[in-house]
Ligand binder design. Sequence first.
Ligand code: CA
Ligand code: CA
Ligand code: CA
Ligand code: CA
Length: 258
Amino acid sequence: MAFSKKLLSTLIPAALLCATSANSNEDVISVPVATQAITIDGIANDSAWSASTWLPIDQHMIGEYPSKEDFSGRFKLLWDKDYLYLLAEITDDVLIDKIADPLDRYWDDDCLEIFLDEDASGGNHQFDFNAFAYHVALDNQVADIGPNNTDGSTNFILLNDHVNSVWKRDTNAPHKVYWELAIKIFDDSFTLPSNNPENIPVKLSADKTMGFMLAYCDNDASVEREHFLGSHKITPVNGDKNLGYIDASVFGKIKLVK
Ligand SMILES: [Ca+2]
Ligand SMILES: [Ca+2]
Ligand SMILES: [Ca+2]
Ligand SMILES: [Ca+2]
């Protein structure tokens, strides 16, 4: 007899129901603590990673659904008091960073997009820091949107000091990339400029719950990105599933565990 997750969740306390798939936003992903140091070098041989389970990046948001060779990906998470750690294994047949300016249409080059809502409040975050949508480019620069400029125009900003990342191609599978990241967590009191000394990263501890989603923008040869897939299922609004950069309520949740 097959049990649905919903039925299982009525039989097993939520804290014990460890998600094996990130595909339902109702599943809270348990993130294990890192018990050994992680070297951010794009090489996934750190023993700490063995404590974390792979989760898929397979939920469609934009474009045709790609073949496995065109794009496929999965990821792991770990944490310690200073960082959320992310390991992404990305298969992408063509890596492209055609727009040199890191603040110009960064979503139309290959990039990882990390959605983080420190207090899991949900809600609109497009022009404030209620949540972040870190676009991590192939040159490792990190872009998001801040409060509008005084003339009302959109204020694209770099938050490079929030995310330290290194990626490398797999030596045995050149179209496969391992991308390792250490992410500082900032709450909604974050203000520009980014180097404002009052911007202190949050110290992380067990049982903390945060809003989280991961996605990959895949472009190979087009003006605009060809595919946009994420870790969580998005319910379309007027046919549009590209909602994460606006509304943190579409993120899933992670819980830090010992
Ligand atoms: Ca490493
Ligand atoms: Ca591709
Ligand atoms: Ca928030
Ligand atoms: Ca690509």
